[in-house]
Write a protein that binds this ligand. Structure first.
Ligand code: 3EB
Length: 291
């Protein structure tokens, strides 16, 4: 994905850092015995059965790695593949991906519904299917958004098999600290896309959804999660919308906030053709015990 901003150097933790030192099937991964992160990579060109079958296999390999490890619980997934909104054989490729992903969860005996990990799904401008993942020894607390129908309960008009993800995952990270991973969040209220063609209002609505998820997280953790302290990645369908999206984003989070300073903006396709922007976020907080 093309980096739209910031102008300063951005560190890519996946490709720029930690040695990935183990492999199984199409998965390459690294673990310290507590956290496990890696990536399942499948090139559809070398794979029979198209994107649905490739997605199912990528997840099957990933689940096999987790099942054999002391860190079997998925916290967060980042799904990337090309031509996301293209229809082949009468079915949009994002929907083909959803079918394969959901089948793999069920085949592995994992819930494809309540308790699913946090995730995002973005369209790249080329390259293979890549499923990056982060897993740990304890299951995270899955969080839903009261403003949105859970994605795993979307009606079938968005595809025969619904997407498999929760709106956020709250996980203890040791030292009385918690991490919150907020899934890709878009201008969807209920199950419907709002503000067709209006990238500014879609950005505002996405941030209103993130604020709603933060409210739920705060009530579960008794910790003061704030939008201003989150690190966000902002995915923009049209590079020409970058300035408008950044202006709205910085206005809402505060121009001088950590969130404004740390946000990364990338060009990507979004999983519904009518969505122009999607925002994901994560942050760390002290884990105050619930009152
Ligand atoms: C949505 O809310 C927007 O398929 O893993 C956001 C986060 C979206 C994750 C996924 C899709 C996914 O439905 C799209």
């Amino acid at each position: 994905m093309k980096l739209l901003g910031p102008d300063a150097a951005v560190f890519d933790a996946w490709s720029g850092g930690t040695a990935v030192n183990q492999a199984h099937g199409c998965v390459r991964y690294a673990t310290d015995g507590h956290w496990l992160h890696g990536c399942a990579t499948l090139d559809e060109a070398h794979f029979e059965g198209g994107l649905q079958a490739a997605s199912r296999q990528a997840y099957a390999d990933l689940f096999a790695v987790l099942a054999a490890s002391p860190s079997p619980h998925l916290l967060r997934l980042w799904n990337h593949f090309a031509d996301m909104n293209l229809e082949t054989g009468g079915i949009e490729r994002y929907r083909q991906f959803n079918a394969g992903r959901q089948q793999a969860f069920t085949a592995a005996g994992r819930s494809a519904f309540v308790g699913a990990p946090a995730a995002c799904a973005l369209g790249t401008s080329g390259g293979p299917l890549q499923v990056y993942f982060l897993a740990g020894p304890q299951p995270p607390l899955a969080i839903e958004n009261p403003r949105q129908v859970s994605a795993y309960d979307y009606p079938t008009r968005y595809g025969a098999r619904s997407p498999t993800f929760s709106r956020a995952a709250l996980a203890g990270v040791g030292g009385a600290r918690q991490a919150l991973f907020i899934s890709g969040t878009a201008s969807i209220v209920g199950h419907e896309t709002l503000h067709l063609g209006d990238v500014r209002r879609q950005t505002e609505e996405s941030l209103a959804n993130i604020a709603a998820v933060l409210d739920v997280a705060a009530s579960r953790a008794a910790a003061p999660w704030s939008l201003q302290a989150l690190t966000c990645t902002v995915y923009i369908r049209h590079a020409t919308d970058f300035a408008a999206v950044r202006e709205v984003f910085e206005c809402v989070v505060g121009v001088h906030s950590a969130a404004a300073r740390e946000a990364v903006y990338l060009r990507a396709d979004i999983c519904r053709a009518d969505l122009l922007v999607e925002i994901e976020a994560h942050g760390f907080m002290p884990n105050r015990s619930p009152t």
